[in-house]
Design a protein around this ligand. Sequence first.
Ligand code: DGL
Length: 273
Amino acid sequence: MNSISSQNPIGIFDSGVGGLTVADAICKLLPSENTIYFGDTIHLPYGDKSTEVVKNYATKITEFLLEKKCKMVVVACNTAAAAAFEELKNKFGNKILLVDVIEPMVNFVAQNFTKNKIGIIATKGTVASNVYETKLKSHHVADVHSLATPLLVHLIEEGFSHHEGSQLLVQEYLRHKILRKIDVLVLACTHYPILKNTIEEFYHHEVKVLDSSEITAQAVKDKLFENNLLNQQKNEATHQFFVSDFTPAFQQIAQLFYGENIQLQKLNIWNEA
Ligand code: DGL
């Protein structure tokens, strides 16, 4: 990791707009950091794909971010982290810093909610991996109940998050018996914070709803600090956005986070003939 300078960018990726919730929190906490975001919209949703396929996507995107000289890659997607984070650490851990969204959330829950009943909502891939149950159990948090809520990703990617139909779908999912009497709900998909208000309203704010954006941003800051790679420059930070396919929702949601002037660059890294 010798040639990496603190001014190099932080690479962040997800299947679509979800990782922007994490990217936004990183930019707010670390305003001097340059970032490169990759939204793999052509392969969305990751949640319905096999582990092998998601591993291939995550590996290729990490290679791309390495070529872009990123000092760190943030896997801002629970599904990709569940499928590929161990492999990414094995392959790239000696070249680049790596942070995911699962580890920081597991640590946060283990520090604050050991005695509580925890609900997890996530994609099918994340739920099938049992990653939260396994990791939380190793921290002695055992009352953990996961439900796959895959349709929420489609609603968000289609720009329907404020539609009343989304409220009905959220209610339908959250009334599921798996989530009965929970104290804490973990939004274990980076798309879901876009529906956080609707979810909190469903619970009348009586269930603690956790999302990984700020928790991950803090983990990014800690890791950069430990490695002496926090950017100390006061110049205005640059933020680049790549998508593997243009979608109107990506443009629209990215503008909500970053303002009208955001420039999306289409780049199909699987097909660069
Ligand atoms: N945002 C991604 C996550 O955190 C998944 C969305 C998808 O299914 O592509 O899991």
